[in-house]
Design a binder for this molecule. Structure first.
Ligand code: SF4
Ligand code: MG
Length: 302
């Protein structure tokens, strides 16, 4: 049984294999880019969770990794630079039955969109935010980003960056994110497992992913991460201990931790909205408007 879900190509109604989540467009990323591992991991996680394309919305900002929704068979929105979380919050409030995943890079999420990162975390909106952190601006051919290491030489910092990098993990914890994890695209099985947990978690879930830019960041490539990444679960880390989570998140040397740092469930923004707790998602409720009234509103907005 086949049906047309997204336009001109026949796709299976029931997605059972990672390739069923393959979009109509092939990724335009450089060969070896870490984002391929993230794409494969999310496809794998969706299969494991039994998700179907029509149950999933992927929202992105701008950047190499923000082309993600085009490569994935699901609803997708490619929005403005740094604004993906704001759009995703609106989508989630309009249809809280939808699984909403936000994808983007470190520049988009922690730089241009830094304020939305703070406020979406404290509001605990039920979103999964996957940041492909390559510690550089890749799409614009290699400038220093909010997560670039101190001293890193780039096109915009020829004598080395003098800025201290953002720590996404401690920032998310301090701002109230209720699920905070770090993955590595070189270990897609581990990353897919984190994604499954993040999607199942009720509340704002960050997965910061080391996703090497093989073209413009030669400091933080696979050879850098491979010997350093250490799984928190192998160290007996307590995921309810925020102090231990912060301490582990600040370790950056021969050891760099990946895995789930903190899970601290609390009510989500949607659960605080009484209007959402009755009669299902807003998107499916009658608006009480005539067709002419609806048409006038649409015309004013276009
Ligand atoms: Fe990936 Fe870097 Fe190429 Fe962009 S420039 S696709 S981040 S390797
Ligand atoms: Mg980047």
């Amino acid at each position: 049984m086949a049906t047309d879900l997204i336009g001109t190509v026949d796709l299976p109604l029931v997605a059972q294999r990672p390739r069923d989540f393959k979009g109509k467009v092939d990724p335009d990323w450089c060969p070896g880019c870490g984002d391929f591992g993230v794409l494969n991991s999310l496809q794998r996680a969706c299969v494991e969770l039994g998700k179907q394309p029509h149950e999933l919305l992927i929202v992105s900002g701008i950047g190499c990794s923000s082309n993600f929704p085009g490569f994935f068979n699901a609803y997708g929105m490619h929005t403005l630079h740094g604004r993906a979380l704001a759009v995703a919050t609106g989508a989630k409030l309009a249809n809280h039955d939808l699984t909403v995943v936000v994808t983007g890079g470190d520049g988009d999420g922690y730089g241009i969109g830094g304020n939305h990162f703070v406020h979406t975390a404290r509001r605990n909106v039920d979103l999964t935010y996957i940041v492909m952190n390559n510690q550089i601006y890749g799409l614009t051919t290699g400038q220093v980003s909010p997560t670039s290491s101190e001293g890193m030489r780039t096109k915009s910092t020829p004598f080395g960056s003098v800025e201290m990098p953002v720590n996404p993990i401690t920032s998310a914890i301090m701002n109230g994110a209720s699920f905070v994890a770090r993955g590595y695209s070189g270990d897609p099985k581990h990353l897919a497992d984190l994604m499954q947990q993040a999607i199942q978690h009720k509340g704002f879930a960050l997965i910061d992913v080391f996703s090497p830019c093989v073209t413009f960041n030669h400091d933080n490539d696979y050879a850098f991460f491979r010997p350093r990444v250490t799984k928190l679960e192998d160290e007996g880390h307590d995921t309810h201990d925020w102090k231990a989570a912060c301490e582990k998140a600040m370790v950056w040397g021969d050891t760099i931790y990946i895995g789930l740092f903190l899970q601290a469930p609390r009510p989500t923004l949607e659960e605080h909205e009484p209007v959402l707790s009755q009669d299902g998602p807003l998107a499916r409720r009658p608006l009480g408007l005539s067709e002419a009234q609806s048409q006038r509103i649409i015309e004013r907005m276009m």
